[in-house]
Design a protein around this ligand. Structure first.
Ligand SMILES: [Zn+2]
Length: 205
């Protein structure tokens, strides 16, 4: 009886104009995805993206440049960089955990220098407190300026320069940035993150 009632409700629901449209859209999307899979080898529907002139254009989703980095560890590192899925303070301290409250952004300070927010750009391009980081950065900058001599030599900020590197269409730059991200994340992982005492508490509080 219950099953019969459920079937009747389902038929009555689907036959309403709203659900008919929903069903139509679903069928259209399924057929479109199948067509894309046959034609392009991808099941993603076209999406709007901005071209070089800033105009919105329809284009199928495509394999991104950073996903073609050949070294798996470097590819994972640059993916973590782009998706903010790393262990730098700016992300880790964003969330509360046991015995630690969420830390405001301005207090998520670099574990080495404690003078700036431990952001991606600071870690990769800004921190001067760790000689190892300075060596990695020096090698990286020498390589990318060899690859793209017209990259800006004077930066407005480390954020804008990192953005220029991310948007650079030269694959070798992306590959080199992936290696830098891997090396820098390893240096940071070897040291405990800085947790300001103001946002720590004990079980007795
Ligand atoms: Zn620092």
């Amino acid at each position: 009886m219950t099953r019969l009632l459920t079937s009747w409700v389902s038929i009555a629901t689907l036959s309403s104009p709203f659900y008919s449209r929903k069903l139509g859209s679903f069928l259209f999307a399924t057929v479109a995805q199948f067509w894309l899979w046959v034609t392009w080898g991808t099941s993603s529907l076209p999406s709007s993206q901005r071209n070089e002139d800033g105009e919105l254009v329809q284009m199928p989703l495509k394999l991104r440049q950073y996903l073609r980095v050949p070294v798996p560890a470097h590819r994972k590192a640059i993916t973590r960089l782009y998706l903010s899925a790393h262990r730098l303070g700016i992300e880790v301290l964003r969330y509360a955990e046991r015995y630690r409250e969420r830390t405001p952004r301005s207090w998520r300070l670099c574990r080495f220098c404690r003078r700036a927010v431990e952001s991606e750009s600071h870690a990769l391009l800004g921190c001067m407190a760790k000689p190892e980081l300075a060596v990695l950065r020096g090698d990286f900058l020498r390589d990318v300026y060899d690859l793209v001599p017209d990259l800006p030599r004077i930066w407005d900020s480390v954020d804008t320069f990192l953005l220029a590197l991310v948007h650079c269409r030269k694959f070798d730059v992306t590959r080199r940035l992936a290696k830098l991200a891997f090396d820098v994340f390893a240096v940071y992982a070897a040291c405990e993150i800085f947790k300001p005492a103001e946002y720590l508490y004990t079980a007795l509080e």
